[in-house]
Design a protein around this ligand. Structure first.
Ligand code: AP5
Length: 216
């Protein structure tokens, strides 16, 4: 299974990506998580990405595409891609790399949710500094405050989850990433998923959409 997840910041892509990757037994590639790990470890890649991320801007295409192609080489048995592509050049680079490998994309799922719901979700989000699992103070609190249920890592608020930065990220999403909906629609790969409701229910909607697409 090779799928990409589209949708605004806070739509729940990360939450759902873990569940879909487990369900299909494929690798999860989350570009935001990879960048955050590199920022923490102060690698050359992290140093390039840091200022863009903190400002809620996109990391330049050449930096992201190089990193992603490397990740794809390590995912011969399929993947769930969370956070990539975000621009047309990224979508084209992905399409070209997958065509060259003879492994085309199976689907693009777009998580649909009103902006105001995502702003509220992100205000309460806490993220594990070790495994990147996300929690929510209101909707999905950890069992022990400040500690990740999954790995025991420390939970923190992301720098870019301040309301002003979230609103800027939403503007960039609508300007640069939302047009990819048309790109995948034209290729017959797009399915929309209602991203409001219980996490488990949204996963079932996504799996239903993928099964529906496979039948067409
Ligand atoms: P990235 O990490 O990809 O952030 P994002 O796309 O903005 O998405 P988020 O992680 O904010 O939200 P999400 O949809 O994953 O929601 P989540 O599951 O956490 O990117 C960060 C930055 O990296 C970018 O701004 C950019 O600078 C850079 N970058 C990354 N990729 C790039 C690329 N390809 N090109 C250029 N730059 C790139 O859920 C949110 C909250 O809601 C959580 O608290 C969660 O617990 C809660 N929640 C989830 N589902 C539900 C539900 N059903 N009901 C209630 N609460 C829920």
């Amino acid at each position: 299974m090779r799928i990409v997840l589209l949708g605004p910041p806070g739509a729940g892509k990360g939450t759902q990506a873990h569940r879909l990757a487990d369900y299909y037994g494929v690798r999860l590639i989350a570009t935001g998580d990879i960048f955050r790990r590199n920022v923490r470890q102060e690698t050359p890649l992290g140093l390039k990405a840091k200022s863009y991320m903190e400002a809620g801007e996109l990391v330049p295409d050449d930096v992201v595409i190089g990193m992603l192609l490397e990740e794809l080489r390590r995912s011969p048995n399929g993947f769930v891609l969370d956070g990539f592509p975000r621009t047309l050049p990224q979508a084209l680079a992905l399409e070209e790399a997958l065509a060259a490998a003879g492994q085309p994309l199976d689907a693009a799922l777009k998580y649909v949710i009103p902006d105001e719901v995502t702003v509220a979700r992100l205000a309460g989000r806490r993220t594990c500094t070790h495994c990147e699992r996300t929690y929510n103070l209101e909707f999905k609190p950890p069992k022990v405050e400040g500690i990740c249920d999954n790995c025991g890592g420390e939970l923190v608020q992301r720098e870019d989850d301040r309301e002003e930065t979230v609103r800027h990220r939403l503007e960039i999403y609508h300007r640069d990433t939302e047009p990819l909906q048309k790109f995948y629609w034209e290729r017959g790969l797009l399915r929309e998923v209602d991203a409001v409701g219980e996490v488990e229910r949204i996963t079932r909607r996504a799996i239903g959409a993928l099964e529906d697409l496979a039948r067409t």
